[in-house]
Write a new protein. Structure first.
Length: 316
């Protein structure tokens, strides 16, 4: 039984909710609250597909208040693929960087892919395409502005987003129908991703990129890379870049002291894009090794943000 002081619950907006009239009999310190929203809301481990007996997840970072304060604001979509040498991803590696970046006004979806050696090429690319379509189908839930995406990835994630873009219209690299579920990729940001795998040991490196048990060999099913070039070359994005290819703008960043993925890998991609007459910009980070914070300084994230704005304007 409710007593006479009970107040029935009802919905209020934050602005309409009454200020409490409760008062302490002791002195209370008062501070005028700064109501500026400073942090994004993150939906963790959202299942976007179930493949090969495993759930695949996205972490969706939204620059909007959480569910206690609903908002009808929408934002451009950025799909981020975390690098992992094609192994199981640590999805938290760049979560802090991306959460900060999301506050510039982007929904950022971090995509989990099936990983080597359990899952071989091209399953990683297929998964990213499935995730993009899932996000479009749920754009109201995630405050996504439109059915278009900018792709961003580092290391093996860089390779994955580049391959996703250069095979955007290739039905052989999609588990869904390209005609009825177009991807509408409007930009690609590649941080120090491999490209021409057979050439990786043509440059100094601390890893063997040709052996069956190397990360690249595991991607193709634990096979020696140089003895299986017919398969390996299917993962070479340069083979899909032609003057006739419909490709979005590319932003490439790579350190010239990268010990894991040789700097030349990005040079090869950049030259192929420019040779084909495509929109591509390349930043050589002098003295930078692989996967350093140097790629997420204010200067570098400003470059990324400017590139994204260019892509959005070009897509209109």
């Amino acid at each position: 039984m409710k007593d006479k002081n009970y107040i029935e619950p009802e919905f209020y907006t934050p602005a309409d909710f009454p200020t409490s009239k409760a008062r302490s009999k002791y002195e209370v310190n008062k501070i005028k609250a700064d109501l500026t929203w400073r942090y994004p809301f993150i939906k963790m481990d959202e299942v976007y597909a179930h493949k090969d007996g495993m759930d695949l997840h996205v972490h969706v970072i939204m620059p909007t208040p959480n569910n206690l304060f609903p908002s009808d604001k929408t934002f451009p979509l950025v799909v981020y693929v975390q690098g992992s040498a094609f192994q199981k991803q640590n999805m938290g590696d760049h979560l802090a960087h991306l959460a900060e970046f999301a506050m510039r006004g982007y929904v950022i979806a971090m995509v989990e892919y099936r990983y080597a050696p359990k899952a071989t090429f091209p399953k990683q690319i297929l998964d990213v395409k499935t995730a993009i379509r899932f996000l479009y189908q749920n754009k109201e839930k995630y405050h996504i502005q439109a059915d278009q995406a900018i792709l961003w990835g580092d290391s093996s994630g860089g390779h994955t987003v580049v391959m996703t873009a250069v095979t955007e219209h290739n039905q052989n690299f999609s588990e869904e129908d390209n005609e009825t579920q177009p991807l509408n990729i409007i930009g690609v940001i590649d941080l120090y991703g491999p490209t021409v795998i057979r050439r990786m040991n043509y440059q100094p490196s601390i890893g063997d990129h040709t052996s069956a048990n190397g990360y690249e060999g595991q991607l193709f099913g634990r096979i020696p890379v140089l003895e299986n070039l017919d398969l390996v070359e299917k993962a070479n994005p340069l083979n899909y870049i032609t003057p006739e290819s419909a490709l979005p703008p590319f932003l490439i960043m790579h350190g010239d002291k990268d010990r894991l993925v040789p700097f030349e890998q990005s040079v090869l991609l950049y030259d192929a894009l420019k040779d084909a007459g495509k929109d591509a910009t390349f930043y050589q980070l002098e003295g930078a090794d692989h996967a350093m914070d140097a790629f997420f300084t204010k200067q570098m994230t400003n470059i990324v943000a400017d590139f994204m704005q260019k892509c959005l304007k070009k897509s209109k």
